[in-house]
Design a binder for this molecule. Structure first.
Ligand SMILES: [Zn+2]
Length: 113
């Protein structure tokens, strides 16, 4: 399961932050999930619930913040409507995905000694 390896990577990142801040507990983990990241949020939560036992995240709530896809022109940086043509209607430049394919650990609620 794709989501399982994502959760594994997230928990690793959390553990690193916990060490860095010498935290005693983690209360919440907030992740941003892009609309085009290919992640199923339901599966992600299920995977998290299975994986977090015996980790520092055992009692931490997982909060998911959806991130909409946003496209922009590589050349003039104009923002373009999703689902439109793949060339810019202002300058004809190539279009790229500016956001929406990421999975980011956005916020942690830690209990620091
Ligand atoms: Zn353009």
């Amino acid at each position: 399961m794709h989501e399982y390896s994502i959760v594994q990577a997230l928990v690793n990142q959390v553990e690193e932050q916990v060490r860095r801040h010498q935290a005693r507990a983690v209360h919440a983990v907030c992740v941003q999930v892009g609309a085009l990241s290919g992640v199923d949020v339901g599966l992600l939560k299920t995977a998290y619930d299975l994986f977090r036992e015996d980790t520092i995240c055992a009692r931490a709530e997982l909060k998911v913040e959806p991130v909409e896809a946003r496209w922009e022109c590589r050349a003039c940086r104009a923002e373009l409507a999703p689902g439109g043509p793949l060339t810019c209607d202002r300058c004809g430049g190539a279009v790229r995905l500016a956001q929406g394919d990421e999975i980011v650990l956005a916020k942690l609620e830690l209990e620091v000694a």
